[in-house]
Write a protein that binds this ligand. Structure first.
Ligand SMILES: Cc1cc2nc3c(=O)[nH]c(=O)nc-3n(C[C@H](O)[C@H](O)[C@H](O)COP(=O)(O)OP(=O)(O)OC[C@H]3O[C@@H](n4cnc5c(N)ncnc54)[C@H](O)[C@@H]3O)c2cc1C
Length: 472
């Protein structure tokens, strides 16, 4: 019996027949990342059913020196949940731990296990007339544990903040198998470091999240969705600031895209139409929401504000979604940017941020700089303007082979990241570092910050068994 056979036999005894498999057919779908950039191998796929089983398994891994790759829905955009090619790691799926332990309507919080899928949480809390104020395109797949570990965001970060702002408490298994349990939230607690915040965004390198207590808000009673045409990104930012002043906190999402992006989506989606009659250099998709205490007169308030925005020449044209179906059709245009781009061919994607107030200036400088340096490419920026976060994609000349992304595309990414760093920005605004950007973080990150991260990692995981090769 080899050492790994002994380990697998003990793991199987601990987890039972549903908890461990080495069957290639069952493992293969989980060994390649969402974007198909990375494929790895693993000793086995473990699917524990409880925190106790996770703790026992992590202890066993520590005793045998087996590296662990935690995995939720495997929707990471940076290869964070894919093991390396050596095949010596254990893929630890949290998907079986999918119980919503409690929805506390009065306390406006929910406690759920790490494997709960985001959409399932949305549906469960809606029954209690509440909502969890964070959503994203991968909501049918992404799990609470993955969202916490990547500190995920989305359009609603503008108003409610990213996962960091939603997590009230965490339960996690540390590298030695001990259980850090801080699920009961205290509004005020100044007993030193906020350890849950250390785990949020740590991409499975400091602990395995097994459960969390999350903040909830009253359900949305009404929403207004507006499509606006604008002359520039600077004008879009001016409109956002104006809307926040005129309509108040109810501005939930404010997404931007250039005309070329909209045209690519319309060409890609059958039956899609541009919301406005004329082309505009930039477009903004604005969602304003209210709960039942503030829903009265919401639409009128928005109409008055947009009329005033016209008078102040902040907007060239705008239209209000006349029905839920039309609101969904507007959102479909935004959500189809990525698939429309994929249909065009090779491209490299960057999920970047710069200080919010500098974003329009950054995009105006970066787009021509990259296009001039790489003739035939098209650079586009779209997304969450209000957070200073855009998806900056560089599309290869038509007909280029997909392998371009790993060759010249990589050089382009270096240049984009250099540029972002010069502007005081971040090479990962939302999607995390994973294995995709690990070397870029080492190249461009602040040496003092990197040193602190390495020391924290060494303190919490001295043997380096938790998600090795990711983040740092
Ligand atoms: C269509 C689409 C749209 C998306 N849009 C957005 C967006 O707008 N904003 C955004 O931020 N992201 C977005 N994402 C990325 C992705 O959904 C998030 O990164 C999400 O948080 C990943 O969750 P997951 O459960 O799939 O985690 P996985 O992909 O399984 O894992 C992600 C990372 O977390 C670690 N991990 C997973 N579970 C645990 C756990 N329980 N304990 C410790 N570590 C763990 C993994 O090791 C890995 O490093 C999108 C993805 C898709 C497919």
């Amino acid at each position: 019996m080899t050492a790994s056979d002994t380990f697998l036999a003990q793991a199987a005894a601990l987890l039972g027949p549903r908890g461990l498999t080495s069957d290639p057919d069952l493992m293969t779908p989980w060994l390649t990342d969402w974007r198909g950039r990375f494929t790895g191998r693993a000793l086995a796929l473990a699917s524990p059913a409880s925190t106790e089983e996770v703790a026992g398994l992590v202890k066993l891994c520590a005793a045998h020196g087996v590296p662990i790759v935690p995995q939720g829905g495997n929707s990471s955009m940076s290869g964070g949940a894919t093991p390396d090619e050596e095949g010596g790691s254990l893929l630890l799926s949290l998907r079986r731990m999918n119980a919503i332990r409690e929805v506390d309507g009065e306390g406006r919080k929910a406690t759920c296990e790490a494997g709960v899928v985001l959409q399932t949480l949305h549906e469960a809390v809606a029954e209690a007339e509440l909502r969890f104020p964070l959503t994203l395109g991968g909501k049918g797949t992404a799990t609470i544990g993955g969202l916490i570990s990547t500190n995920a965001g989305g359009g609603q970060v503008l108003r409610h903040g990213s996962m960091r702002a939603q997590v009230l408490g965490i339960e996690a298994v540390l590298a030695d198998g001990s259980v850090f349990s801080q699920l009961t939230p205290l509004k005020k607690d100044n007993r030193g470091f906020d350890l849950k915040q250390l785990l949020i965004g740590s991409e499975g390198t400091l602990g395995v999240v097994t459960a969390a207590t999350l903040r909830l808000l009253p359900a949305v009673a009404d929403r207004v969705v507006i499509w606006a045409g604008l002359p520039s990104l600077k004008a879009a930012r001016a409109l956002l600031l104006y809307c926040e002043d005129a309509i108040g906190e109810a501005v939930e999402q404010f997404e931007v895209m250039p005309q070329s992006c909209l045209e690519a989506v319309i060409a890609y989606l059958p039956d899609a139409r541009a919301p406005l009659a004329e082309p505009h250099a930039w477009h903004a998709l604005i969602e304003v929401v209210a709960d039942r205490t503030s829903a009265d007169g919401l639409r009128e308030r928005c109409e008055t504000a947009m009329a005033e925005a016209f008078e102040r020449a902040l907007v060239e044209d705008a239209t209000f979604a006349a029905s839920e179906a039309q609101a969904e059709a507007f959102w479909l245009l935004r959500e189809s940017i990525a698939p429309a781009e994929r249909a065009r061919g090779a491209a490299v994607q960057h999920d970047i941020s710069v200080p919010v107030e500098r974003m329009p200036e950054f995009v105006e400088a970066a787009v021509p700089e990259i296009e001039a340096a790489w003739p035939g490419t098209e650079a586009i920026a779209f997304g969450h303007l209000g957070d200073g976060n855009v998806h900056f994609h560089v599309i290869a000349p038509a007909g280029t082979a997909m392998s371009w992304a790993a060759g010249q595309g990589k050089e382009i990414s270096h240049q984009v990241h250099d540029l972002v760093t010069r502007w005081g920005g971040s090479i990962s605004a939302e999607h995390g570092i994973g294995q995709l950007k690990r070397d870029e973080l080492a190249r461009l990150g602040d040496p003092v910050a990197l040193d602190i991260m390495r020391r924290v990692k060494a303190a919490l995981d001295p043997a380096g068994l938790l998600n090795p090769g990711k983040l740092i």
